[in-house]
Design a protein around this ligand. Structure first.
Ligand code: SAM
Length: 262
């Protein structure tokens, strides 16, 4: 994009300069004319031109930067540009009858919050570039050191996949750390948890004390129901929160929900 733009640190602006990586990210979404695509933080359009080349049914660009939004409108008249904070976007209002594909090289300072929201508020295939560490956490398996509240949360609603690593050298300005491209695909509606506010509270509460044993973390909530559930699942009260799979967190929440503040 031919605009004289000075990158803003406050908006996490690290612009991708490598066309091969941009194409690879867009290719992993397998866009067709049936798809409604949303790009979060298009910046100077590094991914945008490849998205349009893939021929989506529609493309919406959500960009918070007031200077970049008009430039994007001029450069990509086929797309709808929404100058807005993606954290305030109403993902739950997306038409469930359409096939949504959401993509973005996410601003590092709000990436986890955006993914937390997108994962449970809509049904979509998503490809995001994030800090490498965050990508590892989102896609981590239960039992691993990287597995935490955001892993449980996103994996409660989506299949997640780590696609590839990206070095700092392909951005201007260069970030200090590696990036990772990850993919989410929403689970079928009947496999998603329902009591989501309470579940979010339980997951965050447990991982606040991730080094403690479940028996200590949950001591005010232990009941016969919890003990029976733990035995059935092969969980002991000496286990730590990282031992529980997303489905096991849902099972545990069912046992404690009457006592647990939501
Ligand atoms: N997609 C471009 C690329 O790959 O070169 C830019 C990526 S840059 C890491 C992040 C982009 O997100 C910037 O354009 C920034 O202005 C935008 N952004 C930052 N915070 C945002 C927010 N809360 N909502 C929407 N866009 C945001």
């Amino acid at each position: 994009m031919q605009i004289n733009h000075r990158a803003k640190k406050s908006l996490g602006q690290n612009f991708l300069q490598d066309a091969n990586i941009a194409r690879k990210i867009v290719d992993s979404l397998r866009i067709s004319s049936e798809d409604s695509v949303i790009e979060i933080g298009p910046g100077q359009g590094a991914l945008t031109k490849f998205i349009l080349e893939a021929g989506p049914g529609s493309l919406t660009l959500i960009e918070k930067d007031r200077d970049l939004a008009p430039a994007l409108e001029a450069e990509f008249p086929e797309a709808e540009v929404v100058q807005q904070d993606a954290l305030k976007f109403r993902w739950e209002d997306l038409d469930p009858a359409k096939t949504w594909k959401i993509v973005g090289n996410l601003p590092y300072n709000v990436a986890s919050k955006i993914m937390w929201d997108v994962a449970f508020k809509c049904r979509a295939m998503c490809v995001f570039m994030v800090q490498h560490e965050v990508g590892m956490r989102i896609t981590a398996d239960p039992g691993s050191k990287k597995y935490g509240a955001i892993s449980v949360w996103v994996q409660s609603f989506c299949h997640t996949d780590y696609l590839f690593k990206v070095p700092p050298t392909v951005f201007r300005p260069q970030p200090k750390v590696d990036s990772a491209v990850i993919k989410f695909i929403s689970l079928p509606e009947n496999e998603k948890p329902v009591d989501i506010e309470g579940l979010a509270g339980l997951v965050k509460y447990c991982f606040q004390y991730r080094r403690k044993q479940l028996g200590k973390i949950l001591k005010s909530f232990i009941s016969d129901q919890v003990l029976e559930w733990a035995e059935k699942e092969g969980i002991t009260l000496a286990d730590r929160p990282e031992a529980l799979s997303p489905l096991q967190f849902q099972g545990l929440y069912k046992c404690v929900k009457n006592d647990f503040p939501s």
